[in-house]
Write a protein that binds this ligand. Structure first.
Ligand code: ZN
Length: 252
């Protein structure tokens, strides 16, 4: 029963995150104003705004103008639901849900924005890193020096890699947003998480890049064309895996 409840809470949260994901990159406030269809601007009534259900019932189209609704909406809602279930499973009834719930929600939001716009807004990562450092002062399982080293070493490593890559390849590999995202993750999960997160995110990123290259047949005649994918979602996924798999993180 508690899993069902967690899933429903996660769905509702995902629905809210969709509003943030849509409005934040446009510089709009997300706490005011009704949701509207981006094409016909018809206000969306609550019964057409139910997570997952409305998308299925409307067959993915606006009720008024039949404009297709982005699949990102149901995907983020579903991801929110699944994330809430996984967090509840990892920290059942714990106060840590109040720490890692918002952390997971921020990572989900950042991933979706990075996939759509190739940006990781500072307005989430920078206060997030500061909050992580502050929380390490009160959380029993994470010491301040672990959080601080996580943020500093993570971002220094990425900065170094970005610098070398730019000298070598003459173009940007890692962006400033990725450097701030690893600082945010390092501050929340500590220095021990940083190598693990970097390793798994790089492995997943390389795997996804290869899969995309194969699917779009860019590997013909052995020619490697640059396959571009944003790195933020892979960093976020690796951080969540570390958190949820609990590798050495929380002594049980
Ligand atoms: Zn419409």
């Amino acid at each position: 029963m508690s899993y069902v409840l967690a899933f429903l809470v996660g769905l509702a949260l995902g629905s809210f995150l969709n509003v943030v994901i849509t409005r934040l990159p446009r510089g709009e406030v997300f706490w005011r104003g009704r949701s509207r269809c981006p094409r016909c601007h018809a206000p969306i009534p609550w019964q057409d705004n139910l997570p997952l259900i409305s998308f299925i019932r409307l067959k993915g189209r606006c009720r008024h103008c039949r404009e297709p609704i982005s699949r990102r909406y149901p995907l983020v809602e579903l991801a929110g639901g699944l994330l809430a279930v996984a967090l509840w499973r990892r920290f059942p009834g714990s106060y840590l849900l109040l720490v890692y719930g918002p952390f997971g929600a921020a990572l989900l939001t950042l991933s979706a924005i990075d996939l759509e716009h190739w940006i990781l807004p500072d307005v989430i990562t920078v206060p997030g890193a500061v909050l992580g450092l502050g929380l390490s002062l009160v959380l029993p399982h994470l010491r301040f020096w672990e959080a601080a080293l996580g943020a500093v070493v993570g971002s220094a490593l990425f900065y170094g890699v970005a610098w070398v890559y730019e000298k070598w390849a003459g173009k940007m590999g890692l962006g400033g947003g990725d450097i701030k995202l690893i600082a945010f993750i390092g501050a929340f999960l500590g220095i021990k998480a940083v190598p693990v997160v970097i390793f798994y995110s790089a492995a997943m990123g390389a795997g996804a890049g290869l899969a995309q290259a194969l699917m779009t047949r860019r590997l013909r005649k052995g020619q490697w064309r640059t396959v571009a994918l944003p790195y933020g979602p892979f960093l976020a996924a690796a951080a969540l895996l570390y958190l949820l798999a609990g590798i050495e993180f929380f002594p049980d």
